[in-house]
Design a protein around this ligand. Structure first.
Ligand SMILES: [Fe+2]
Length: 316
């Protein structure tokens, strides 16, 4: 590949409306302001974005706490399968948060499946574990956080129910479906993707974020599909449908839709990757640290915090 084509396809970026974070395939010469991406283990840096001040984020996902008490008794039949897993999750979470106390983070992002079912004791344990960091946090739900396996209701109904009950304190009065926060000029958008779909109000919210034009980081639980990734990257996966849903009986949940994603979800995926102000996406769910670059945007997933994983993400 010649140099010119490499620059077109690779890390090329030009300023759009003076913002160096915008990727554009038309750039033909390197610029001092192109974004620089680097990974050292779980330390990820995205530099030369033009932020007012650097932002450092601790990303926790999939801690899968299953600690429970008498408040979970009525739901024991629904929680017993998931309660067998991640036996070291509390110790691994505490190791993580203890190590993090030596660092200075601007925010903790908790990207779902922080508990293996909506256990009140689990949520309290999580909040206790992050308390010594004295750092603001943001949370978005994962598919296990609100799921008692076998409980009657659609996924959307169960999410709404538990996000308003045991998970409510994690949201700090924010909208559980989507909200945003500004830190040092960075717009952090928290978007619930825990049912592999988004709702019309979430798409509308995303469109507002694009319209605002601020450098934006999208954070969610289930990552958006990119070519080459499997069904765990379920938001927008072309094979996400009933025929390909292998786990619905094991997980005691409704089967995925016969017809696959809604038009709203399809539009969301398309518009996310097309957004000129999107810096990248951070997600959980796959329990593995992965990196993709697609349509000029990076998407990174964190290893499971319940197994010792986390991301240390810096943007500047
Ligand atoms: Fe998950």
């Amino acid at each position: 590949m010649d140099r010119r084509n490499f620059l077109k396809i690779g890390m090329s970026a030009v300023a759009v409306a003076g913002m160096p974070f915008s990727m554009d395939a038309q750039a033909e010469e390197p610029s001092a302001k192109q974004p620089v991406f680097s990974i050292d283990g779980n330390r990820i840096r995205l530099q030369q974005l033009g932020l007012k001040k650097p932002v450092r984020l601790l990303v926790l996902a999939d801690s899968h706490l299953s600690i429970d008490d008498e408040r979970g008794e009525p739901y024991k039949d629904y929680s017993k399968r998931m309660a067998q897993y991640f036996k070291q999750s509390i110790q691994n979470l505490e190791k993580n948060t203890t190590a993090a106390q030596k660092q200075k983070y601007d925010m903790i992002l908790m990207l779902g499946d922080m508990v293996s079912f909506p256990t009140a004791k689990g949520v309290e344990t999580l909040l206790e574990a992050i308390k010594p960091l004295e750092t603001p946090y943001a949370y978005i739900a994962g598919n296990h956080d609100w799921h008692y396996e076998g409980e009657e209701g659609t996924e959307i109904e169960l999410r709404k129910k538990w996000c308003g009950k045991t998970l409510a304190s994690l949201f700090q009065d924010r909208n559980p479906l989507c909200y945003n926060m500004m830190i040092n000029g960075l717009n952090i958008v928290m978007m619930d993707t825990s049912v592999n779909e988004v709702l019309p109000e979430q798409l509308d919210f995303w469109r507002e974020q694009v319209k605002a034009g601020l450098p934006t980081l999208l954070c969610c639980h289930i990552p958006l599909w990119v070519p080459g990734r499997g069904l765990a990257w379920g938001v927008g996966h072309p094979d996400w449908n009933a025929a390909h849903d292998k786990n619905w009986q094991v997980e005691c949940r409704p089967r995925w839709s016969e017809s696959g994603h809604t038009d709203v979800t399809k539009a969301f995926c398309k518009e996310v990757f097309a957004a000129p102000n999107l810096l990248g996406i951070v997600a959980g769910h796959v329990h593995k640290q992965c990196y993709n670059r697609y349509e000029g945007k990076f998407q990174v997933t964190s290893a499971a915090t319940g197994l010792g994983g986390q991301l240390d993400l810096s943007l500047s």
